[in-house]
Design a protein around this ligand. Structure first.
Ligand code: GUN
Length: 286
């Protein structure tokens, strides 16, 4: 068996086409969806992500605003930007790119964002809504993974899903979404005992640990569907390249379907951000 590659680029293009249609409909009502992106410091990966978010917004007709602050910016300065955007009725979505410099509390900044404009879905009000089964703005990467899983498997009810990693950005909201889709969910983390054995029982594996190629064939049940959220830059034979958290070459003969890196989950994250921006704009004008 060789796993089918799940084409995140193609699915993201479909989502973006839907979003472009929604944007056009909002504009016909006199509403121009707008997304503000705040970047603090000069982390190279964050700069690439922010550039791609702004580019994609333009492609679907969403107005974007970029706020760049130096790495030495104070928490008060970042909060001032967020509060200004909260108060600006022409801005529907606010995204503060993470990680923030170590001297700034991410929690304090994320909690300062108006939950109605929280297109990342990281504010505790949105986290609470998701965990209680009434999601409004859902974290983009897990939402993108769900779309890929539904396209691949259809109904997910009754499947055993294993999420490897328990971050606030991916692991925990991913588990909540899978549970809301009636999966039986196991979350594995650095203190899990015999994680391979637990993971080896899963119909669905979502890997979000940030460790290059950690998950090999021993972790995967034959026929499982594998979603690889990791984007890790490694040096390979003197060449720099991106690999996932899954050892794709080893796992492909075992799994039934797997997302490639790059071209799997990555494009979906940005597509779902655009989707959330439209949802936020619609709700603010309802
Ligand atoms: N850094 C890595 N992933 C994300 C994300 O989904 N949103 C934000 N704001 N920052 C990130």
């Amino acid at each position: 068996m060789s796993a089918r590659l799940i084409d995140g680029k193609a699915t993201a293009a479909r989502v973006l086409a839907e979003v472009a249609g929604d944007v056009a409909a909002l504009k016909a009502r006199g509403i121009e969806p707008a997304l503000a992106v705040v970047l603090v410091g000069s982390d190279p990966a964050s700069q690439v992500y922010v550039r791609n978010k702004v580019l994609r917004a333009g492609e679907v007709g969403i107005r974007s605003l970029e706020y760049r602050l130096g790495a030495e910016a104070s928490a008060a300065e970042v909060l001032e930007v967020v509060e200004g955007l909260n108060a600006d009725a022409s801005v529907h979505g606010i995204l503060v790119q993470l990680p923030l410099p170590a001297h700034i509390s991410e929690t304090q900044v994320l909690q300062a964002i108006d939950p109605a404009k929280d297109v990342d879905g990281f504010h505790s009000e949105n986290v609470g809504g998701l965990s209680q089964g009434r999601p409004v703005l859902t974290p983009c990467t897990p939402a993108g993974c769900m779309r890929l899983l539904r396209d691949t498997l259809g109904d997910l009810a009754g499947k055993h899903a294993v999420v490897v990693g328990r971050s606030n950005i991916v692991g925990k909201p991913m588990a909540a979404l899978l549970l809301a889709a009636d999966c039986s969910v196991t979350v594995l983390h650095s203190r899990s005992v015999k994680p391979q054995r637990l993971c080896g029982q899963a119909d669905i594996v979502v890997a979000a640990v940030g460790r290059p190629r950690m998950i090999d064939a021993d972790w995967i049940k034959p026929g499982a569907v594998v979603i690889d959220v990791g984007i890790n830059r490694i040096e390979d034979d003197g060449r720099s390249r991106l690999v996932g958290d899954v050892d794709s070459d080893a796992v492909q003969p075992v799994a039934s379907a797997i997302t490639p890196v790059p071209g799997g989950v990555g494009p979906m994250t940005i597509a779902m951000l655009m989707h959330n921006t439209v949802t936020a704009a619609r709700q603010q004008h309802s």
